[in-house]
Design a protein around this ligand. Sequence first.
Ligand SMILES: C[S@@+](CC[C@H](N)C(=O)[O-])C[C@H]1O[C@@H](n2cnc3c(N)ncnc32)[C@H](O)[C@@H]1O
Length: 272
Amino acid sequence: MTDLSAAHDAAVTDRARLAGSAYNGDRDLAARQSLYQWQTPRYDLPGLVAEQLGDVRGRVVDIGCGNGKFIQRLGQDRPDLSLLGLDIAPGILAGVPGPVAVADATRLPLAAGSVDAALALHMLYHVSDIPQAVRELARIVADDGPVIVSTNSDRDKVELDDLWQRAAGDVLGVGRGPARISLSARFSLEKASAFLGEEFSRMEVVELPGTIMVRDPDPVIAHMASYRAWADQHDVPFGATVDRARTLLVDHIARHGTYEITCLGGILVCRR
Ligand SMILES: C[S@@+](CC[C@H](N)C(=O)[O-])C[C@H]1O[C@@H](n2cnc3c(N)ncnc32)[C@H](O)[C@@H]1O
């Protein structure tokens, strides 16, 4: 039997796949980010991060900054800060206001104690050596500076996992098909404190529960399709499964009026 979780881990952290396909532009990341506009309550994540940086002056680095959602907002709200965006994928940095650089979270091109705060938002689950990235975060931040990390719970969006398995089952002609890949499982909210606790003695966890409710299948299907970089990891034809999921979703919305997804994300504010 193939060890699915080991194969999934390797695929979730594979740099060629991350830089060359998953994050070579921001189409798929933007599809995942935009689903939250239908969430209640609506959390202003960049605003929450800006709030946590209230007392910080000086240099802030955003590691795995992606399409720069947080850098852009901090640039507006906190023009006094000196911001730097780092990411392993050159393609996703194209529209991010500079300075930006291509860099790996496990080998940061920054001197010890050289930043006043560091962000690692929804990215540590993509790093193959998570303990090494956590050591790097602790190394670069000065004195009492905060390191702000975010991720999702293992219970996040379980309805989408169920929808996928039903659709995959229909495609394969079996009851329930194989599970879809989980990006955050390696560093979920449930696992994050143990990793971070190795380097940080103080940690505040802010849980962000919510419910996404849609009447239109498109944003949900766009979210599901945003895993296309990992299509080969699904043991079921990816496009056909997405199409079947759409049919199931349209049918659900026709019968119930809405489709609901429960969400649980969180922010961890860490200090040495
Ligand atoms: C899910 S996106 C999150 C982007 C952004 N932080 C946000 O929360 O919107 C993950 C980002 O981490 C980057 N990444 C993955 N592995 C990395 C690594 N080892 N070092 C630096 N960046 C990495 C990816 O290229 C991608 O842009």
